[in-house]
Design a protein around this ligand. Structure first.
Ligand code: ZN
Length: 142
């Protein structure tokens, strides 16, 4: 679907389009002006994006977040990326949502937990470190 927008086969309110991304209004915005920045390359998750494309992709995200207060009069932005879970369209995209204090955004009041013990926290850190140690360096990822 986002490939169709990128190719111009499906209309969208495009705000930025170049060789790396197509950025357009979310048709059902959290707040008006909510933009989706989709990679030009069809990949599903951030993990699938070639490492060399990560920088150029996020530079566009940065530009959108920088432009939004000036363009829309908001105070800040919320930048989010869902991978698989809560990802409604299986094509990599970042949400850039205009925010203003007191705007009443709901849905991001993440229920917080506590680790039962410092040892439990250390166990989770160990699990992550073990897999990170197995990864190829990012600049070699495909
Ligand atoms: Zn696609």
């Amino acid at each position: 679907m986002f490939c169709d927008i990128a190719a111009g086969r499906v209309p969208a309110d495009i705000v930025l389009a170049d060789e790396e991304v197509v950025a357009f209004l979310d048709a059902r915005p959290v707040f008006k002006g909510h933009v989706l920045v989709a990679s030009r390359l069809h990949v599903v998750t951030l993990a699938d994006l070639p490492a060399a494309k990560v920088g150029p992709f996020f530079v566009r995200v940065q530009r959108l977040s920088a432009a939004m207060p000036a363009a829309l009069g908001c105070q800040g932005t919320f930048v989010a990326l869902n991978n698989v879970v809560s990802q409604s369209v299986p094509h990599l995209h970042v949400h850039v949502v205009p925010r203003t204090r007191g705007d009443g955004l709901r849905g991001f009041f993440w229920p917080r937990q506590r680790y039962a013990t410092p040892a439990e926290a250390a166990q989770y850190a160990d699990l992550l470190r073990a897999v990170l140690a197995e990864q190829r360096p990012a600049d070699q990822a495909s």
